[in-house]
Design a protein. Structure first.
Length: 78
């Protein structure tokens, strides 16, 4: 993860999206929790809308993780 400081912002976003997709696949329990919560919050939403929201949530979680790594390891100097 320390290598993230050498990536451009677009590269960080791309890697984060890939990480989010991986997390979506390997964390079925978290995926199910997200589904339950979204069904409670949006009872009128279709199955396709719920699935789209879950995938978007995981994608953004992956991007956020890479952005956090960038903030953690970047230089304190500007």
């Amino acid at each position: 993860m320390r290598l993230v400081i050498f990536l451009p912002l677009a590269g960080i976003e791309f890697c984060g999206m890939l990480m989010g997709k991986l997390l979506y696949v390997i964390l079925p329990a978290r995926r199910r929790i997200a589904e339950i919560n979204l069904r409670i919050a949006f009872p009128e939403a279709s199955d396709q809308e719920i699935e789209r929201l879950i995938k978007s949530c995981f994608k953004n979680m992956g991007i956020g993780g890479f952005e956090q790594a960038l903030n953690w390891w970047q230089s304190d100097r500007l």
